[in-house]
Design a binder for this molecule. Structure first.
Ligand code: PMP
Length: 368
């Protein structure tokens, strides 16, 4: 007891940099426009808020450990088998549970170079080894991924569309990836941004899960449904994977008001449709305006844009970020993703998006 050293964590743990979310305020700015976390600018359906408030009267009760109502609501909404749905405290928890359940020490989880940050964190936390494959023009590259498969590969993560790039992989390519994997490798299709895709050749993964034993699709209530603060996500799984996840998850992993709000959010399809339509409209306008300013924007199917800045001193992404912060606009810097030349800008309301773009325009005009 007393002074000395704290017990050492397992080696992989110390390779993790603790996740740091986007800043939530700008010091000194009159008001803040927060476009740093790909949240829903319009918030949740008022019906979800009502359900949350009603549920808050029952906080002394444990939630339904099986999330039966929520799974039934998801199953109805998407035409799925409720017994193969597993809910989590955000899809982050599902990712973490998959790593815990499927990675033994030294086993590898594979994903694209600019894949979602949680893949690395959850892999290391589980004692696994993160392996990345190069991309083609910031798009996941099926051949590059398949070339990195080894005897130790146990999980392949594919965010489709991907965060932070916004890029998507057509269904035929996803199927080609799946066809190239051994059946003992789990393919995790992370469809957090599925509702924002407007491409005919896209599939979130429902069909593939229905017809394969080794494909899982993850979804979230944090983006389209505006419930990021409640932490609700879900996975659609083959029976065997659902069984495994139900063994490793905590018994009450999705809290009571979160379950109630998510059920109500799903039922309000009008609200969700409005959010999706408006996000996609503003995404298009924002991309056009940024391009007109001379900036390169990666084509995005998410609720955000990845914007690339010049390397010239005074014009870099870091300079832009500092300028935007002084103007009260918070966006996400990308050093942590290995993209130091870019900023990720979430689509906000029309007013928020305009405020951000006006500020970017002033920054660019300052180049003279
Ligand atoms: N996957 C991707 C690709 C994401 O961008 C995010 C959110 N940043 C998540 C999963 C996790 O979302 P949540 O835990 O809020 O469901």
């Amino acid at each position: 007891a007393g002074a000395g050293r704290a017990p050492a964590a397992r080696p992989g743990v110390m390779e993790i940099s603790a996740y740091v979310g986007g800043a939530s305020g700008a010091a000194g700015a009159a008001r803040t426009v927060k476009l740093s976390s790909n949240e829903c600018a319009w918030g949740p359906s008022p019906k979800a808020v009502e359900a949350f408030e009603a549920a808050s009267k029952k906080l002394y009760r444990y939630p339904d450990g099986g999330a039966a109502d929520l799974r039934a609501a998801i199953a109805r909404r998407f035409g799925l088998d409720a017994s193969r749905i597993v809910c989590g405290a955000g899809s982050d928890e599902i990712i973490s549970l998959l790593c815990q359940a499927y990675l033994a020490p030294g086993d590898e989880a594979l994903y694209s170079a600019h894949g979602f940050l949680m893949y690395r964190i959850s892999t290391l936390a589980a004692g696994g080894v993160p392996v990345t494959a190069p991309e083609t023009d910031l798009h996941a590259d099926v051949d590059a991924l398949l070339a990195k498969v080894t005897d130790r590969t146990r999980i392949v993560f594919l965010a489709n569309p991907n965060n932070p790039t916004g890029t998507y992989l057509p269904a035929a390519e996803v199927r080609r990836l799946h066809a190239g994997l051994r059946p003992d490798i789990l393919l995790v299709l992370d469809a957090a941004y599925a509702e924002f895709v407007r491409r005919n050749d896209y599939e979130a993964g429902i069909e593939m899960v229905a017809t394969s034993e080794n494909v899982v699709m993850t979804r979230t209530f944090s983006k389209l449904y505006g419930l990021a603060g409640l932490r609700v996500g879900w996975a659609y799984c083959p029976e065997g994977v659902a069984d495994v996840l139900n063994r490793v998850r905590g018994p009450f992993n999705v809290n009571l008001p979160a379950q109630a709000a998510a059920v109500a959010a799903l039922a309000d399809t009008g609200w969700a449709d409005k959010v999706a339509t408006e996000t996609i409209r503003l995404r298009g306008l924002a991309a056009e305006r940024l391009a007109a300013l001379g900036l390169t924007v990666t084509p995005s199917e998410g609720n955000f844009l990845l914007v690339h800045f010049p390397v010239t001193a005074g014009r870099t992404a870091q300079d832009a970020d500092a300028f935007l912060q002084r103007e009260g606009v918070i966006v996400r810097r990308m050093e942590g993703y290995g993209l130091p030349g870019a900023l990720r800008i979430s689509i906000g309301t029309e007013e928020e998006t305009a405020a951000c773009l006006d500020a970017v325009a002033r920054f660019v005009e300052g180049w003279g």
